[in-house]
Design a protein around this ligand. Sequence first.
Ligand code: HAM
Length: 418
Amino acid sequence: MIAAIRGTQDILPGVVERWQFVESTACRVFDQYGYAEIRTPIIEREELFAKGTGETTDIVQKEMYAFTDKGGERVTLRPEATPSIVRAFAEHSLEQAMAVPKLYLFGPMFRYERPQKGRYRQFHQLDVEVFGVEDASIDAEILDLAWTLVQELGIADAEMVVNSVGCPACRPAFAQALVAALGEDAARLCEDCQRRAVTNPLRIFDCKVAADQPIIDRLPHSVDYLCEPCRGHFDEVRRYLALYEIPYRLSHRLVRGLDYYRRTTFEVLARGLGAQNALVGGGRYDGLVKHLGGPDRAGIGFAAGIERLVLALPPRPEGTGARAEVFVAALGAPARQAAFVLVRELRRAGVSAQVEYEARSFKSQFKRADRLGAPLVFVLGDDEIARNEVTARDMAQGTQEAVARPQAVAYCLARRRR
Ligand code: HAM
């Protein structure tokens, strides 16, 4: 047997219904907020992410499924959607077609991470992006949208965490303050943090190594180093959150692991999920569109991990996948032929109907009807054929009655309305 690749998953019937619930709920909510769907390729040029996600990120340094294709070009499976959507926005001049480009995307992403519960190498995101709006009202809409999505899914134990990481005007001073505050302690940090202290000191806040935590806890906070415009913007975002009555926690450690963030960053955490508890991550990325060769436009968005949303859903009865409203049981060649015709008629009338393909006993056909959860079985045998009838059996009541064959579909539809 050839098994699935480590870190990938088959989403089987019975569980896929939970995915469909997440996706259809997201589609509905995104539509209510005026977001349009976009689909971009899973494979892109490697440099899109090297430049977009950022050279100093773990994603680009360690996790990309990048390779040289048969034409000698460096390509990669996308590790995230934001640079792809930015590329598509610029490549197709979407701002000319849409007054305020508000987009969403569903799809698989690929990161070569160490798999564990809630962390996979192929995972799926619901991603949302808006371009060209600098006003804090759009930060508020994006945070509200993420929060509303989680609420609509019925995930009760969620927490919104918010921070501002400043902009290129104020961040260098904060990075310097971090290095200065570390002082001699820098040499006692883990190897990764020693590297971060040189390449990108803010990322030290991402460190999970226990021994580093007392040192990190003493470090200054980005919100205390914001320039005037960044401070004003963040205050306004917080005023909206209060207005919308969205509960949130300020976390100075929320710097996020991607290079493009400016100003607002946020996550929605699920308290019950263990180590991989971020359901949603996002923030503002003014400057990225220009950096990737597009016009100088602001950007903001988020992505939610579908696997994690599915894990965090309130428990519901697990299905077995396929179900049927009606099962047609038949015995004998003429009855079987009539059964296939009836099933086809039912399906074309919008009823989900199933039939036994192999010639089997009534007993085994009723067993299958049971497994499919069919509340109604139409029985066809020689007698029914002779009388041009079907026998309708109510599986819950255990009662049955004769129905004229031409009335069978109408009988089924009428039962629905009862
Ligand atoms: P991210 O924080 O890297 O941000 O990922 C967003 C979400 O994707 C995470 O909160 C998590 O739910 C899910 N996720 C990430 N990695 C994995 C994994 N290995 N297995 C399962 N789920 C995972 C981004 O990707 C940004 N592009 C978000 C964004 C959009 N920022 C602005 N616009």
